[in-house]
Design a protein around this ligand. Structure first.
Ligand SMILES: Cc1cc2nc3c(=O)[nH]c(=O)nc-3n(C[C@H](O)[C@H](O)[C@H](O)COP(=O)(O)O)c2cc1C
Length: 414
């Protein structure tokens, strides 16, 4: 019986342990977590979601405070079209974040950054361009294009000196999405270096509707393998979503993928950015405590614990400070918030049920998004005398994926 360590992920002629820790915004996949994956010879992701806010936290900058002050006249107004991100600051924040991780990197692995197209920041093209280019300037090993079709993203960086050297990948959930991406980028003569195929059991936003349960990762991977074969394209695939044990990973490697991308198992690691309260909630969750819902204003379904603290909270929108989801001054939470406000004669909001203020709540770790198998996390560690669970370190989880056989999961210290 094989284990993951019997395989290697080949990217541009080099070999890596075929375990990728997926990007988890906002700062859930921390620099520390990504560094561990790289140290152990695999690939770790940082996320560029709300990078200005993360920079304020880690590097003592004041981007968020200054932006709030600049746009304070819009507080309490529904139309946020006047909010503009300072592109120089967006770049600076990304550079600080990326350079900090790259300077500390040890080992043979790589550090990638997860860039979500859905972070439209009231100027989708310009802000994405700034984020991508700044990450390349600061020496990132690779960029994973996420949460969107990214039909034009390569174009935004084609004249960057690192366009052909930085590793570029895209996350897709169907063969069709990959076809669109490849067709739109055909003229650039630059294929992605890897394609993450994310199935319906993943955490975060999903590339599926509420009928996600009808789809299955193995089938989608099989379709993409067939398509690439027919097109005579050799692009390594990375299977993601519900890969819970090393043996799950091996079954995908035997199907023909180059590696797996995993996240849920690492959400309870010491290095993960979530607060301990959230980690313990993940660990004690049962299957029926988890749902896929539509509360994210992005319009994409999202998987989370039903008791996610953000759900139902009627918070005043904070777009002046954040505003990462604004497009033409709009966000679905703004609509819901002002509709609710308008329906109350006393002008007081008690609850907004259908959407959440994603920026504010992600920033405060109040969106407990998680993968489908979160309810199995309790199998991966020990419960202590007080009922809480021991938090494993990332290296333990990584090695368990790498060396375990027969669906065995080693407990911390074993
Ligand atoms: C807490 C959490 C947050 C996530 N956030 C993001 C994100 O910001 N961007 C993204 O592309 N994927 C995100 N994902 C998806 C993961 O990167 C990964 O592809 C997927 O969850 C792998 O499946 P698994 O969690 O079953 O291992 C997130 C997943 C989790 C669990």
């Amino acid at each position: 019986m094989k284990c993951v360590d019997d395989f290697r992920l080949k990217l541009n002629g080099k070999e890596y342990v075929p375990i990728v820790i997926g990007g988890m915004g906002v700062d859930i996949s921390t620099e520390k977590l990504a560094l561990e994956a790289a140290r152990l010879g695999g690939i770790g992701h940082i996320s560029d979601a709300m990078s200005m806010d993360s920079a304020d936290r880690y590097f003592g900058t004041s981007y968020t405070k200054n932006k709030t002050f600049q746009f304070k006249a819009l507080i309490g107004q529904k139309d946020k079209s006047g909010i503009v991100f300072n592109l120089g600051e967006v770049e600076e924040a990304t550079r600080l974040h990326v350079a900090s991780a790259m300077e500390k990197k040890k080992g043979d692995g790589l550090i990638f950054i997860n860039c979500m197209e859905k972070l439209t920041m009231n100027a989708p093209r310009e802000t994405l361009r700034a984020r991508l280019r700044a990450a390349m300037d600061a020496g990132i090993d690779g960029i994973t294009l996420a949460a969107g079709l990214h039909a034009n993203s390569f174009k935004l960086i084609e004249d960057h000196p690192r366009f052909r050297d930085v590793k570029l990948g895209i996350i897709v959930s169907s063969v069709r999405a990959l076809q669109i991406f490849l067709r739109r980028n055909a003229k650039l003569n630059r294929l992605p270096d890897y394609v993450v195929v994310e199935g319906p059991l993943a955490g975060g936003h999903l590339g599926f509707g509420l009928d996600w349960a009808k789809y299955d990762l193995k089938t989608i991977v099989g379709e993409i393998i067939e398509y690439l074969k027919a097109e005579k394209l050799e692009i390594p695939l990375i299977a993601a979503g519900g890969v819970f044990t090393g043996s799950d990973a091996v079954s995908f490697m035997e199907q023909g993928v180059g590696g797996v991308q995993v996240a849920t198992r690492f959400t309870i690691s010491k290095e993960c950015g979530l607060p301990d309260k959230a980690k313990q909630a993940y660990l004690s969750a049962n299957e029926d405590d988890i749902e896929v819902n539509l509360v994210s204003p992005t319009g994409y379904p999202m998987r989370m614990l039903k008791k996610t603290p953000a759900i139902g909270i009627g918070l005043r929108p904070n777009c002046e400070s954040y505003g990462y989801l604004l497009e033409n001054g709009k966000c679905a939470y703004l609509d819901e918030y002002y509709r609710e406000l308008g329906s109350r004669p006393d002008g007081k909001i008690i609850a907004v049920k259908d959407k959440i203020c994603l920026c504010t709540h992600m920033r405060n770790y109040n969106v407990w998004t998680c993968g489908h198998y979160t309810y199995r996390l309790k199998e991966t560690t020990r419960q202590m005398g007080d009922g809480s669970y021991e938090l494993p370190d990332a290296a333990h989880i990584f090695r368990d994926y790498q060396f375990s056989k027969d669906h065995k999961i080693l407990l911390p210290g074993e």
